[in-house]
Ligand binder design. Structure first.
Ligand code: HPA
Length: 250
């Protein structure tokens, strides 16, 4: 089964035909919200609002382990994570949709692993390609089929938040090779890998990152709302195209 983790701007999936809700309990506590079970485009899916519904949990306070454990325990195999991000690369504007292929992790003090007890043999998961390549390529094919322009690839920098970055921090992220910046991709992606879930991201640019373009003087969030909403609508279309192509698969 496929799960969708909705982020800022996608706390509730109005188009989903809801068939049930699961109040999941995990050894790590409760997830951000009940898992919403539903049908759309002929497929059964689960939806989880990463920040809760209504949006109330800040990025550094999200119980990422409970979220991923709850999805795994519900039988999920693939996760499409929506993320709102700041654009660092010059070709990214508010409303751009990106399917990233790399991660830089600047978060700290978050429960970031399921390997938290004395174990007999310590395992080190492979994280060379943090976003699962097959699921990424299915998203790109779905976007092409739906006629929606998405950027194929880009490095997502995960920052601690909840404050936005300084212009100097964004310059550093850029020197490090980051194209986009958000606050929730880690440890979410790594936990999904530990749990054996195929995880890929649809990132929607909400604003130019601090110090860039429209955010030269201050991060321009409000002025870009309409473009962000349009980008989110496009990202949801990509998701629908993915589910339709799943439904057609033999
Ligand atoms: N920085 C970090 N996270 C974000 C931003 C940003 O500029 N915009 C949306 N999420």
């Amino acid at each position: 089964m496929l799960a969708v983790i909705g982020g800022s701007g996608f706390n509730r999936w109005d188009a989903l035909h809801v068939t049930g809700r699961i109040d999941a309990a995990t050894p790590y506590g409760a997830p951000s919200a009940p898992l919403v079970c539903g049908r759309i485009a002929g497929r059964e899916v689960l939806f989880l609002a990463r920040h809760g519904d209504p949006h109330r949990i800040a990025p550094h306070l999200i119980n990422y382990r409970a979220n991923i454990a709850a999805l795994r325990d519900a039988g999920v195999r693939r996760v499409v994570a929506f993320a709102s991000v700041g654009g660092i690369s010059a070709d990214l504007q508010a409303g751009s949709v990106v399917v990233p292929d790399g991660i830089l992790d600047y978060t700290h003090s978050r429960a970031h692993t399921f390997v938290d007890e004395q174990v007999e043999a310590v395992t080190h998961i492979d994280f060379t390609h943090p976003f699962e390549p097959d699921l990424r390529s299915h998203l790109l094919t779905a976007a092409a089929a739906a006629g929606i322009a998405v950027r194929d690839g880009g490095t997502y920098a995960a920052t601690q938040g909840p404050r936005l970055e300084s212009a100097a921090e964004i310059r550093r992220l850029e020197r490090d090779g980051a194209d986009l910046v958000g606050m929730t991709g880690m440890p979410e992606a790594a936990l999904a890998r530990e749990a054996g879930l195929a995880y890929a991201m649809l990132a929607v640019v909400a604003n130019d990152a601090a110090g860039k373009g429209e955010s030269a003087a201050a991060v321009a969030l409000d002025g870009a709302q309409a473009r962000f909403d349009a980008g989110m609508a496009q990202a949801r279309e990509v998701l629908l195209a993915l589910l339709r192509s799943d439904a057609e698969a033999p």
